[in-house]
Design a protein. Structure first.
Length: 248
């Protein structure tokens, strides 16, 4: 409980600072709260995404790629992310749409896909993948901004505290030099320390989440390739032109 003790240097620096100094302290506190909230929230998102993706891939069958029935769950307070499901849903909807179109023009046609159809489905896959990756990285820029802004805000408090110190010395003379120097320097050093304490976790969290996002994107690309390969294997239109003709 030394942080809240009466003789704590940070509390003393805050109490003895002026209104502008107190604003700097509160700005640093706000940045710290936003940083930790975002790190915890994004960490939860990546944990849930990986957990649900592993469960989804065990249910997926390469022999029946369009037969999977899956319902996306939603949390009580936060929406549970499921990128694999969103990619699969987009591919399934596009594939069934192509099947319906082909059946409309050729009622006797089987559920087969031409190269052009597979190209459309592949475009849909990567559109859904990019959308999910963008959703996972949403608001990550806030962490990088806090990591850069924290030390600058602390530096602002440092400069302001030193400026107050010299201002007090100039106006009141040497009689109050000890009090003026201690108050101003205390604020200067306290804001510097707090600025670094705010920036370091934000920088670590940003780099960790950015790396997790890159790794998960590779996993989504692998799943997309598996899905496209399964569709091509099961529904691709056979190329009759490559059949070997028998000699007469």
């Amino acid at each position: 409980m030394t942080l809240f003790a009466t003789g704590n240097p940070f509390i003393s620096a805050y109490v003895e600072s002026d209104w502008f100094g107190k604003g700097i302290f509160w700005g640093l506190f706000a940045l710290s709260a936003v940083s930790w909230t975002l790190v915890i929230h994004k960490g939860w998102i990546f944990y849930q995404a990986r957990k649900l993706s592993n469960e989804f891939i065990t249910l997926f069958s390469e022999k029946e790629p369009l037969k999977l029935q899956f319902t996306r769950l939603k949390g009580r307070f936060l929406e549970v992310p499921h990128p694999y499901f969103e990619i699969y849903k987009a591919v399934k909807q596009k594939t069934l749409q192509i099947f319906n179109r082909n059946h409309f023009f050729l009622p006797d046609a089987e559920t087969i896909l031409s190269d052009a159809d597979l190209g459309l489905i592949e475009s849909q896959v990567y559109t859904a993948l990019a959308s999910q990756h963008k959703l996972l990285e949403k608001n990550l820029f806030v962490l990088s901004t806090i990591a850069a802004l924290g030390p600058f805000l602390g530096l602002l408090g440092t400069v302001w505290g030193i400026l107050l110190t010299f201002s007090e010395l100039q106006s009141k003379g040497m009689s109050s030099s000890n009090t003026a120097m201690l108050a101003g320097l205390s604020m200067a050093l306290a804001t510097t320390v707090i600025g670094l304490v705010v920036a370091i976790p934000a920088l670590i969290g940003y780099n960790y989440l950015k790396n997790a996002s890159r790794e998960y994107r590779r996993d989504m690309e692998d799943f997309s390739q598996l899905l496209l390969a399964s569709l091509e294997l099961q529904y691709r239109k056979p190329d009759h032109a490559q059949k070997i003709s028998t000699p007469t």
